[in-house]
Design a protein around this ligand. Structure first.
Ligand code: MLT
Length: 202
């Protein structure tokens, strides 16, 4: 997959897996990584799917309606890719935290839904429930920050709460941060997620 890797202060320390929103690239979340954990390694990936030229991490049938088969295939593909890159760049596969926005947050959530040890934690900015009706793996050692907008036109508040609840039921430690805005990522969310990361995972 098209990607970039930036080595942090300690190769064996934390690695941030950056996953952009629809139409983004592997460059988009670099300033966020710099704010949240400036010393971490960064593996930033570009989605392998193109929707009218806009990179995404999996296909969708309509806005908010996912192509489930492709979602599963792409989730496995991304997880395998991270496994391989840990060997290529020599980072610690068990110390990876995803930071995803929108479509990127959705595939990060899907990694948690499908693969037990895929992520140590995740910062999900404006994520949806990736799949329903499946049992999640045990996530008791996983911490998740969810940033959400009360007025997000794409993600009703109930859906964010459903996502948080599904992750909690699987054992994850989940923190929700709500702001009054919409789908856009806000500075407040980034600041809160940095505090969260410092408290729970370092
Ligand atoms: C998705 O398809 O993942 C969501 O609708 C969010 C987005 O448009 O990126």
């Amino acid at each position: 997959m098209k990607h970039l890797f930036i080595q942090g202060k300690e190769k064996n320390g934390l690695t941030l897996l950056l996953l952009h929103g629809t139409g983004g690239t592997e460059q988009d979340l670099l300033p966020i990584a710099e704010m949240v954990a400036p010393e971490a390694n960064v593996l930033s990936v570009r989605g392998n799917v193109s929707e009218n030229g806009m990179p995404r991490f999996f296909r969708r049938l309509a806005e908010g309606v996912f192509d489930e088969e492709d979602l599963i295939f792409r989730t496995n593909e991304l997880n395998e890719f991270v496994n391989e890159q840990a060997n290529v760049y020599g980072f610690d596969r068990s110390n990876v935290i995803a930071i995803g926005y929108s479509n990127g947050a959705n595939i990060a959530a899907s990694m948690l839904f499908h693969h037990k040890d895929s992520l140590k934690g995740a910062i999900l900015y404006h994520a949806m429930v990736p799949r329903r009706g499946i049992s999640l793996p045990e996530l008791k050692d996983v911490s998740v920050f969810i940033g959400a907008g009360e007025q997000d036109p794409m993600i009703p508040a109930e859906q964010t709460k459903e996502l948080a609840e599904l992750l909690r039921q699987a054992g994850a430690n989940v923190e929700e941060f709500w702001q009054t805005g919409g789908h856009q990522l806000t500075r407040d969310e980034v600041v809160e997620s940095k505090k969260w990361l410092e408290t729970y995972l370092t």
